[in-house]
Write a protein that binds this ligand. Structure first.
Ligand code: ATP
Ligand code: MG
Length: 278
């Protein structure tokens, strides 16, 4: 870690093992890993990461959520988690605890001032993400979900390099401008050899609370067409629900508050597909 970042004291200590060895040791205790990515910003990656993690944890799995959006970390706010990462007796960083089955790590948990801008080049991001894996006491996990920033930059590339069995979950909204960028994500995965678990279409239709009719805010069906075209599995549609915004903003679990909603059903269906996958 760069010494000019506040709150990084623990990360400056020389590790007893090489960082690569530490990361490999952590990863050996983690079952399946999924990178949630998109071509375009704001399509709902962090919302999908959070709600899919909660849905999997509700199925009884141990889940870790790693926020590799270094410049715009949203996971702590969405999970309602505050404070710094602690250090345990093994001198490892302790992830933030959402529930017995779900823990999370974000760069925000290492910054004393949450409003500090993190201004890092690729190699520093690479070592930070490696430390998120190797210097964090994740323990034994069934699933590690990784929330990426938009696009195909340093963060997803680092994940591809460090975790060679990660599968990609590509999130899109249905409109054509988002779909054009998804094709870049698909090509990124092909280039770095990352298997694509599938594509999720978010903000797909809004059910009018007055008349019950579904309004296609951003069009509909484009995600499935793009998935079919790219030869990748289509994993489902998540409708638009304004409650997703207020829950995300206030750190309330949408899945707990709106258990029976069609959005919760959609997340639970995707979680089952994840759990049934090889
Ligand atoms: N299905 C949905 N219905 C309504 N609002 C949603 C839905 N999914 C996400 N949102 C809202 O859209 C906004 C953007 O979502 P989110 O932050 O998850 O996107 P992102 O792809 O992670 O963004 P970024 O590219 O900035 O990381 C948030 O306010 C979120 O609450
Ligand atoms: Mg995000």
């Amino acid at each position: 870690m760069k010494p000019n970042q506040k709150g990084m004291g623990i990360m400056d200590k020389p590790p007893e093992e090489s960082p690569d060895r530490q990361a490999a040791k952590s990863l050996s205790k983690i079952g399946k890993k999924f990178l949630v990515m998109s071509g375009k910003g704001g399509v709902g990656k962090s919302s999908v990461s959070v709600n899919l993690s909660i849905a999997l944890s509700n199925l009884g799995y141990k889940v870790g959520l790693m926020d590799v959006d270094i410049h715009g970390p949203d996971i702590p706010r969405m999970l309602g988690l505050e404070g710094m990462l602690g250090v345990n007796e093994n001198k490892k960083l302790q992830p933030l605890i959402f529930s017995e089955n779900l823990t999370a790590v974000s760069i925000e948990g290492l910054l004393q001032n949450k409003d500090d801008a993190v201004i890092w080049r690729g190699p520093v991001k690479h070592s930070a993400i490696r430390q998120f894996i190797g210097e964090v006491d994740w323990g034994a996990l069934d699933y590690l979900l990784i929330d990426a920033p938009p696009g195909t930059g340093d963060e997803p590339l680092t994940v591809a390099q460090l975790i060679d069995d990660t599968k990609a979950i590509i999130v899109t909204t249905p409109q054509e401008v988002a779909l054009a960028d998804i094709r870049k994500s698909i090509n990124f995965c092909k280039t770095v050899g990352m298997e694509i678990f599938g594509l999720v279409e978010n903000m797909s239709g809004f059910e009018c609370p007055h008349c019950g009719k579904t309004v296609s805010l951003f069009g509909r069906g484009g995600g499935e067409r793009t998935a079919n075209h790219g030869g990748i599995p289509f994993r489902g549609r998540i409708p638009f629900d304004p409650e997703m915004v207020s829950c995300g903003d206030s750190g309330i679990s949408y899945l707990e508050k709106w258990r029976e909603s069609s959005v919760s059903e959609a997340f639970n269906r995707i979680a089952r597909q994840v759990s049934e996958a090889d």
